[in-house]
Ligand binder design. Structure first.
Ligand code: S3P
Length: 433
């Protein structure tokens, strides 16, 4: 097990490019694999989660190579996947498991999806139920992985009102819909990331979006399409908070994805008084990009607007660190989903903040954080092997007068493999031990 020792930092500066977006990277491998022709992907996130997706498609017969820093996928077409020799192991990656289930439910072969301890505790009923309605046959361990998916089930399109706002569920059903008879429609209770819809269109597959409802018809083809993966705003968020809470910071983050379904963290930090400037807006392959300049700010506590929750869903661990350094009280509610991420991010963040002497009150669907001064930590922070918890508490060291030790940080490489290098480059003092 690897730990971080994060030492106090004085000032942050510099210009960095965060790694490629995780959600877009997964989707580029999945769609590239079932498209006809050669898809070249540049800027792919080379983290463990995306590697799990690559390995899964390789074991279903897709030739995926690296050439000159690009990933070259020899797509096999929608019906070209082969039965894998073994269960597909996707490690820590919920996106791999939930999205691939949609594709696997429609194959002519049986398959099994497995994950690590954290993923094996995460709910899969949210995809099993609608896929079963479409005609899939899936068995699970009491609605949790492993998932055993039967082949040779003809799927039919359904119209599904999602009870929770989840891009993974929406994407799973749209991918299954490619193989289904008739139309598949998914309605979402609140906007969620739309990378699947955007990328399907890029691969020449028609998706109709009308208000909160996305529909496609089955039995179409995907045509290979080159993809440039923009920087991941979820990774950028750690440095956005780092610079905001630092007493002396001026950093630039280049080429970050600013798809409006992902920018809740910018809105929330700005409501707290953060000094974030966006420039050089541009579009690549249906996704928006910008450069970010972030300078130190005096943050204030806020009531986080509930409509921003799905638009910042992965950024709350970092936002909680901002709240712990803000003047006054920050309240989050309507965020029960945080309890079923890679860890229970409400409880685990509250426990970590208490270790630093920050007062907080855990709510069923959120948290109240009372901003304050960090005290000498009462022990090591337990990350529960959650990458975003580890990186968030590393960022907290910027405002600490004492070293912070964070236990179990190996999974940082699932989403941000060069986090330590970039953190130290901008002026943090982070060691892996
Ligand atoms: C993701 C969707 C979100 C997010 C996850 C990635 C995706 O999950 O938390 O990290 O790539 O579709 P939910 O759909 O469970 O909200």
């Amino acid at each position: 097990m690897t730990n971080f020792i994060a030492k106090p930092a004085n000032s942050l500066s510099g210009n960095v490019k965060v790694p490629g977006d995780k959600s877009i990277s997964h989707r580029s491998i999945m769609l590239g694999s079932i498209a006809r022709g050669v898809t070249e992907v540049s800027g792919l996130l080379e983290g463990d989660d995306v590697t799990s997706t690559i390995e899964a498609f390789r074991s279903m017969g897709v030739d995926i190579k690296r050439n000159n820093g690009k990933i070259i996928i020899n797509g096999v077409g929608v019906d070209g996947l082969k039965k894998p020799a073994k269960p597909l192991y996707v490690g820590n990656s919920g996106t791999s498991m939930r999205l691939m289930s949609g594709i696997l439910a429609a194959q002519s072969f049986d398959s099994e999806l497995r994950g690590d301890e954290s993923l094996s505790g995460r709910p899969m009923d949210r995809i099993i139920k609608p896929l079963t309605e479409m005609g899939a046959t899936i068995t699970s361990n009491d609605s949790k992985p492993p998932l055993k998916i039967s082949g040779n089930q003809q799927l039919k399109g359904i119209s599904y009102d999602m009870p929770i706002a989840s891009a993974q569920v929406k994407s799973c059903l749209l991918l299954a819909g490619i193989y289904a008879e008739g139309n598949t429609c998914v309605s979402e209770p609140a906007p969620t990331r739309n990378h699947t819809e955007n990328m399907l269109r890029g691969f020449g597959y028609k998706v109709n979006t009308k208000e909160n409802k996305m529909c496609l018809s089955g039995h179409g083809e995907l045509k290979a399409n080159n993809i440039e993966v923009p920087g991941d705003i979820s990774s950028a968020a750690f440095f956005m908070v780092a610079a905001s809470i630092s007493k002396n910071a001026d950093i630039t983050l280049n080429s970050v994805n600013v798809n409006p379904t992902r920018t809740g963290v910018i809105d929330i930090l700005r409501l707290m008084g953060a000094n974030i400037e966006l420039s050089n807006h541009r579009e690549i392959g249906g996704e928006l990009l910008a450069d970010f300049r972030i300078q130190s700010a005096e943050l204030i506590g806020i009531n986080i607007p509930e409509e921003l929750v799905p638009l910042a869903i992965d950024e709350f661990p970092a936002i909680f660190i901002a709240a712990s350094c803000a003047k006054g009280e920050t309240t989050l509610s309507g965020a029960k989903e945080l309890r079923v991420k890679e860890s229970d991010r409400i409880q685990v963040m509250a426990d970590g903040l208490k270790t630093l002497g920050i007062e907080c009150k855990v709510l069923d669907d959120g948290i109240k954080i009372f901003g304050g001064e960090y005290l000498k930590p009462s022990g090591a922070i337990k990350s529960h092997h959650d990458h975003r918890i580890s990186m968030s508490f590393a960022v907290a060291s910027i405002r600490s007068k004492f070293d912070i030790e964070i236990e179990g940080v190996d999974n940082v490489k699932t989403s941000f493999p060069n986090f330590v290098e970039l953190a130290n480059y901008i002026g943090m003092d982070l060691q892996e031990v």
